[in-house]
Design a protein around this ligand. Structure first.
Ligand code: GLC
Length: 730
């Protein structure tokens, strides 16, 4: 393949080569609905018409007819007939919107996650998209950061499994023949989720060990699954912005990991090296980015305005530009664009496929699995037909349930909670009132209306949360409680002393003080997508069981952040047998533990864990340790449990996490049924980065934890022995 592309590159002028490295948004291109805006942004960026004709790719433009028109116009004006790449953010759906990614993370369902990506790819590809800027696999520990909704959570192992599943769903097996699939672009490389204080675009400063143990594995997993592209992060890593960070991009990504695909900057991230303070001007920003191996500059003109001169003055070798162009053309070739520049774009099929019933049902199923039951006192859930229900709150009849990055999803088309409930119980026993705004206090009339319907109801169902732009990009919040207006509404309704259920629509773990202690039940619904109201209603009435488990901890309060399950023990752990009263690692005013831990979620039934046992007390590097535990459904309705297995290395070359998720198993059990669940552990799963960054395991003591979440576990001990001599001593 390369020899054809190399001869094409040989025919290209330097100007044409550099233009391949530029990505512009839709308004720059003729033939599209946005035509006419070309002079605006282009003029301000100093980009000529000629440059636009030579551009390599387009950002954020979709729609089969529009893509066909633009691609055909482009091919006529591009001297060598090099097709455009069309890229867009298809994060959790194209027009059929799935739950936000953090919700998908709480489903622990890799098959449905893969299916959601496959459907998103199908709708995007038929609408002309070639590449999606997903999966986002940034590990997150700080719910103040608005983009936690885009991640699958705080665990590197679970995030890695989801990264692989999303890549499989988006890309399929062969992009050149499967035109219903799109190339994936894993992001944001690297560690964007570690932005200091949860403030978006803020400094990230981690040890290489933290990077390698926690933040990097999911990117690597996506690439091991064949992900075609990588996107740089806005943040610094060790003091250098990712887009100019040669250690991160050349030494680690390309040399150590062997990635030879396309590396694209995030929006404007190349030029942002100037405000970051590592580039005096656009020319220096271009110089640093090309040296770091960034192939495509998204939406800023540093490359287009300065690379030619940098080559002329000998500051940049032209071969770096040739290598970048080759990677881009190779991706176009892999997508079959030279032979079929319109690829899957098909207005007829688009009308039949996009937002079709099957896709909406898949979204509904994933939404059912993504909701997490956090509290259910007095079995107030499931609701019963015949009950008089007051549905109150700003999300009772709201379509703002798609969340950020919801592509072409339409809030008007989303199934609202009220509609979902009516379809199950009818409208006669269901009264509804908004009660207050998302952030605006109730008017006297709103409050009276809410109190009035609540007064006549058997059960109050509160639909509360954040509107979708209170999270997502640039959606950081320092106070992560529900807005005061909603807390006030809840407090007023509390005074009626009626059973109260709260459904939460939000993009981050919240500080639930003033909520969870005030109501009987809490169902975390996140932003559940196009079929959200239907899925939640089925859960509320017990037509489906709640099976979600948190993939990110809920803090006791914002003061605890960052709080995550796989933390280190410290030298003065609270609760140790010999712990002092005061001089230990603790707060004076709140507990150390999160409000709800990683892996937590309730069902409508109960489960018992018994007879946990290990196949041996010691294993060698060659042996497999088997862990068995009997799980029983001790309730009177069917249920699905996510049995989780964690390991702790009691003494390492460096400190080791209190727990590390190593495996999980979903089991569905009828009332009274039980199942022996088996796991296995082998030596490679016990490896970690030593002080010298050697990746290896140690002989020594380990604890295996098994249970329904990262807190309520049974523990068993074993030893890893490394040689015959130690074996005899064991
Ligand atoms: C945004 C986001 C990135 C997205 C890109 C293109 O700023 O950081 O995730 O893919 O720009 O929209």
């Amino acid at each position: 393949m390369d020899h054809q592309l190399l001869s094409l590159i040989h025919q290209m002028t330097r100007e044409e080569k550099i233009a391949q490295l530029m990505q512009l948004a839709a308004p720059f291109f003729e033939g599209g609905e946005n035509e006419g805006q070309i002079t605006g942004p282009m003029a301000s960026m100093g980009i000529s018409e000629q440059t636009v004709r030579n551009a390599g790719s387009v950002l954020g433009l979709a729609g089969a007819k529009q893509v066909i028109d633009i691609q055909q116009a482009h091919l006529k004006s591009n001297r060598l007939g090099i097709p455009l790449l069309f890229m867009a953010d298809i994060i959790h759906g194209y027009r059929t919107i799935f739950p936000v990614t953090l919700a998908i993370g709480c489903s622990w369902d890799l098959e449905l996650a893969e299916k959601s990506a496959e459907i998103a790819a199908k709708e995007a590809a038929v609408s002309g998209i070639h590449v999606t800027f997903a999966p986002m696999v940034d590990l997150v520990r700080d719910p103040r950061w608005g983009r936690v909704m885009e991640s699958t959570g705080e665990d590197p192992y679970l995030n890695s499994l989801f990264a692989r599943a999303f890549v499989r769903g988006f890309q399929g097996k062969d992009l050149s023949t499967e035109t219903d699939r799109v190339a994936a672009c894993v992001k944001h490389f690297a560690a964007y989720g570690a932005a200091e204080a949860g403030r978006d675009y803020n400094t990230v400063d981690l040890s290489e060990r933290q990077l390698r143990e926690f933040y990097l594995p999911a990117y690597k997993a996506a690439l091991d699954e064949g992900c075609e592209m990588v996107m740089t992060a806005f943040n610094t890593v060790d003091g250098i912005p990712a887009s100019g960070n040669k250690w991160l991009m050349r030494d680690l990504l390309r040399e150590e990991w062997g990635f030879d695909g396309v590396l694209i900057s995030d929006w404007g991230a190349v030029k942002e090296m100037i405000p970051h303070g590592v580039a005096a001007d656009e020319a220096e920003a271009a110089h640093k980015a090309i040296q770091a191996g960034v192939d495509i500059e998204m939406m800023t003109p540093c490359y287009i305005n300065h690379l030619d001169t940098l080559v002329e003055i000998g500051a940049v070798e032209e071969r770096l530009i040739d290598e970048a162009v080759l990677r881009i053309l190779r991706l176009k070739k892999k997508l079959g664009l030279f032979e079929h520049p319109l690829r899957g774009a098909d207005p007829e099929r688009e009308r039949a496929i996009v937002f079709c019933e099957d896709h909406r049902q898949a979204s509904r199923k994933l939404a059912e699995k993504s909701c997490v039951l956090l509290k259910n006192d007095n079995n107030v859930l499931p609701l019963k037909l015949g009950q008089k229900i007051a549905l109150i709150g700003p999300f009772a009849k709201s379509g703002d349930i798609l969340g950020p990055w919801s592509g072409l999803g339409s809030k008007e088309e989303a199934v609202q909670l009220y509609d979902g409930m009516v379809s199950i119980m009818g409208a006669s026993l269901l009264a509804v009132a908004e009660g207050c705004g998302v952030e605006t206090a109730a008017t006297e009339q709103q409050m009276n209306e809410a109190l009035q319907i609540a007064h006549h109801a058997d059960v109050i169902v509160l639909a509360l949360g954040e509107h979708s732009d209170m999270s997502g990009e640039a959606g950081s919040r320092a106070d992560i409680r529900l807005p005061q207006a909603q807390l006030d509404l809840l407090a007023q309704l509390k005074s009626l002393n009626k059973p109260m259920v709260t459904i939460l629509f939000n993009g981050r773990p919240l500080d639930l003080h003033g909520v969870v202690d005030q109501v009987d039940a809490v169902l975390e619904a996140w932003f559940p997508g196009s079929e959200g109201g239907a899925a939640i209603a089925d859960l509320l009435f017990g037509n489906v069981q709640p099976v979600g488990r948190l993939s990110m901890s809920f803090p006791y309060s914002v003061g605890q952040i960052p709080v995550y399950y796989n933390a280190f023990n410290t030298g003065r752990p609270k609760g140790a047998p010999d712990a002092q009263e005061r001089y230990i690692s603790q707060y004076l005013d709140i507990p150390n533990e999160p409000l709800f831990p990683f892996g937590f979620g309730l069902s409508y039934t109960t489960f018992a864990y018994e007879d946990a046992q290990l196949s041996a007390e010691t294993i060698t590097e060659e042996q497999t340790l088997t862990i068995k535990v009997r799980v029983s459904n001790t309730g009177n309705v069917p249920g699905e449990e996510v049995v989780q297995l964690y390991v702790r290395d009691m003494s390492g070359d460096v400190v080791r996490p209190l727990k590390e998720l190593k495996a999980f198993r979903r089991v569905s059990l009828q009332p009274g049924e039980s199942e022996e669940v088996c796991f296995s552990i082998t030596e490679p799963q016990l490896r970690y980065y030593h002080a010298d960054y050697k990746y290896a395991s140690d002989a020594g003591d380990f604890i295996v934890y098994v249970g329904p979440n990262s807190r309520d576990t049974m523990e068993l001990r074993f030893q890893l022995v490394k040689n015959k001599q130690e074996m005899s001593e064991a």
